[in-house]
Design a protein around this ligand. Structure first.
Ligand code: PLP
Length: 405
C-alpha cells in the first residue's frame, strides 16, 4: 500500500489566497451589484511593454521556421539571457557574478520553494515574521520544521525573526544560530527595506556562523533610495554565503509569462562541495528550461527601449503606492512601505484583527486586501495593500476606504 508524504498533512488550512478567494466569491455571490476592487494578491495589471512584445513576436516567428526553430533549452538557460543579466544586474553594479552562476527558471516562487532540496533535512531555517509563505510551507513539505502550534501559528523548529514597528519592519540577528536564512528586500509583505550597511551585517554574520542566505530580490526594480542595495552581491563576502533569487514578474510584468533566475556563486561550499554543482544537478534532472520565446522576451527587458519602457511601468505602480500611502495617512492610518516597494503595510484601526479588517473593508468599501496575519504571527494587526492595480482603481479604492473609516 502506498504511503503519502505525511508532511503535507501538517500544513495548516489552505493557502492564504485561497481563503481570500473563497470569502470574495461568497461576498460577490451575495452582492452581485457591488463591484469589488482588488488590491490583495500581488499580481500586475499593466500590459507587457512594447519592446517585450516585439521580441516575443520575433521569437515566435523563429520557432515557425526549421532554420531558426529551438527545442529544449540548455539546462542553465540560454547564454544570451544569462550574459545580459550578468552584465546589467551585476557587473554594472560592481558585482562579481559570472553568467554560468545564473540559472534561468520559470520564476522565483519555484526557485524559492525548490532551493531547500539541496540542503540537509536537519538544517534549521530562519525566516522573517511576517514572511512570504512559500519559504515556510515548502520547508514544512520537506519535513524540516517540526511541529505546528496552532495557538501561536509557529513551527517548533523554525527560527522566527519578528519584523515589527519597533524594528522598522526589519529582522534582527537571531539568538539561535540558523543554517539557512531567508531574506527578502524590498520586502513582501511589509514593503520595508534595509540599507546596504545593514545587509552587510547579515552577510558577515552568515559567513561567521556558516549559514546560507537565500536572498529574494523579486522587488529590486522598485528601489528608489540610494542606500538600499539592488542585489546582495553589493555586500563584501556575499559570494561565499548568498544565493539570490530574481524574478521578471514585478519588474517586467511577467507574472503570466513566467521567468526568473537563481544565482548560485561557485564560492558557496560545504567542505569541498559547491552548492552550484548541486543546484546544476537538480536543475538538469528536474527542469527542462524556460521556453526560448520567453527567454528572448527576458533579453528584451535589458534593451535600451525595454529599460526605458519598464522604468515608466514601475513609476506607474509607484504612483499608485504613493496614492495609497498618502491617502491612508491623511485618513489617520499608520502606514509604512510604499517607498522602495509596491506594498503598503498598514496597522488595522481600532485593534481589529487582520481578518476582521479584511471583512470590514470587503463589507464597507468592497476593497480586497491581504490580512497581515496570513504572513505570520507578527503580521497580526496589520494589512497589506498592493500598488499593482490600475491607477483609477487605486484612487477609487482609497476614496472608498476613507469613506468607510
Ligand atoms: N518572491 C516573493 C517575495 C514574492 O512576493 C513573489 C510573488 O508575489 C514571488 C517570489 C514569486 O515570483 P515569481 O512570479 O517569479 O514566481
Amino acid at each position: 500500500m502506498f504511503k503519502i508524504n505525511d508532511n503535507y498533512l501538517k500544513l495548516p488550512g489552505s493557502y492564504l489566497f485561497s481563503n481570500i478567494a473563497k470569502k470574495v466569491s461568497a461576498y460577490t455571490a451575495a452582492n452581485p451589484d457591488k463591484p469589488i476592487i482588488r488590491l490583495g494578491i500581488g499580481d500586475v495589471t499593466q500590459p507587457l511593454a512594447p519592446a517585450i512584445i516585439e521580441s516575443l513576436h520575433g521569437a515566435v516567428d523563429e520557432m515557425g521556421k526549421a532554420e531558426t526553430f529551438h527545442g529544449y533549452a540548455p539546462d542553465l538557460g540560454y547564454e544570451f539571457l544569462r550574459s545580459v543579466m550578468a552584465e546589467n544586474d551585476y557587473a554594472a553594479r560592481g558585482c562579481d557574478i559570472a553568467a554560468d552562476e545564473i540559472f534561468i527558471s520559470d520564476g522565483a516562487k519555484c526557485d524559492s520553494g525548490n532551493i531547500q532540496e539541496i540542503f540537509s533535512q536537519d538544517n534549521k531555517i530562519a525566516v522573517c515574521d511576517p514572511v512570504y509563505p512559500v519559504y515556510v510551507d515548502t520547508n514544512v513539505m520537506a519535513g524540516r520544521t517540526g511541529t505546528y502550534n496552532p495557538s501561536s501559528d509557529t513551527w517548533s523548529d523554525v527560527i522566527y525573526m519578528p519584523c515589527t514597528k519597533e524594528t522598522n519592519f526589519a529582522p534582527e540577528l537571531p539568538k539561535e544560530t540558523p543554517d539557512l536564512i531567508y531574506l527578502c528586500f524590498p520586502n513582501n509583505p511589509t514593503g520595508s527595506t534595509i540599507t546596504r550597511d545593514d545587509l552587510q551585517t547579515w552577510v558577515d554574520y552568515a559567513n561567521k556562523v556558516g549559514a546560507v542566505i537565500i536572498y529574494d530580490a523579486a522587488y529590486e526594480a522598485y528601489i528608489s533610495e540610494q542606500d538600499v542595495p539592488h542585489t546582495i552581491y553589493e555586500c563584501k563576502g556575499a559570494r561565499s554565503c548568498a544565493i539570490e533569487l530574481r524574478s521578471f514578474s514585478k519588474n517586467a510584468g511577467f507574472t503570466g509569462v513566467r521567468l526568473g533566475a537563481a544565482v548560485v556563486p561557485k564560492d558557496i561550499k560545504s567542505r569541498d562541495t559547491m552548492l552550484h554543482s548541486l543546484w546544476a544537478r537538480r536543475h538538469g534532472t528536474k527542469y527542462n528550461g524556460a521556453p526560448y520565446i520567453v527567454q528572448r522576451a527576458g533579453e528584451a527587458v535589458y534593451s535600451d527601449a525595454g529599460q526605458a519602457q519598464l522604468k515608466e511601468q514601475v513609476a506607474y505602480y509607484m504612483k499608485n503606492a504613493k496614492t495609497i500611502y498618502e491617502g491612508l495617512k491623511s485618513a489617520g492610518y499608520q502606514v509604512s512601505g510604499g517607498v522602495n516597494a509596491p506594498y503598503i503595510w498598514l496597522e488595522t484601526p481600532n485593534h481589529m484583527t487582520s481578518w476582521e479588517f479584511f471583512d470590514f473593508l470587503l463589507e464597507h468599501a468592497q476593497v480586497v486586501g491581504t490580512p497581515g496575519s496570513g504572513f505570520g504571527p507578527s503580521g497580526e494587526g496589520y494589512f497589506r495593500l498592493t500598488a499593482f492595480g490600475t491607477y483609477e482603481n487605486t484612487l477609487a479604492a482609497i476614496e472608498r476606504i476613507k469613506n468607510a473609516s
